[in-house]
Design a protein around this ligand. Sequence first.
Ligand code: FES
Length: 129
Amino acid sequence: APSLTYPSIKVGNVAKIEVGKPAYFNYPDNRSQAVLVKLGREALGGVGKDRDLVAFSASCTHMGCGVQYKDGRFVCPCHQSMFDPAKNGQVYQGLASEWLPQIPLRVEPNGDVVATAVEGLIWGRVKNV
Ligand code: FES
């Protein structure tokens, strides 16, 4: 299989990100929305000093509606699928069968948080990049 080349894009800075306040961005390009959140508890794949910063595709894996962060989870407003941001985007309720694709992050020495890839196929796409 061809190797995928993802862009490295700054999505925030650890000094400015508040617990429980999601920040939306586009990744890996303008066709797909993604979301960054500081959970306030350690997460699988989490970065930062508390290992609680994570990012995911914001497109629900059922039919592509935009998921919303609420009470520590991602909820799809269309058919109420729910995804766990602390467990790599595992779907645990609703019609979606695939996990929400996680976006691995890296923290630079100056605190910048950088998106580096997508793990899993973004809904509606035949390839991510
Ligand atoms: Fe998200 Fe159906 S589009 S549950």
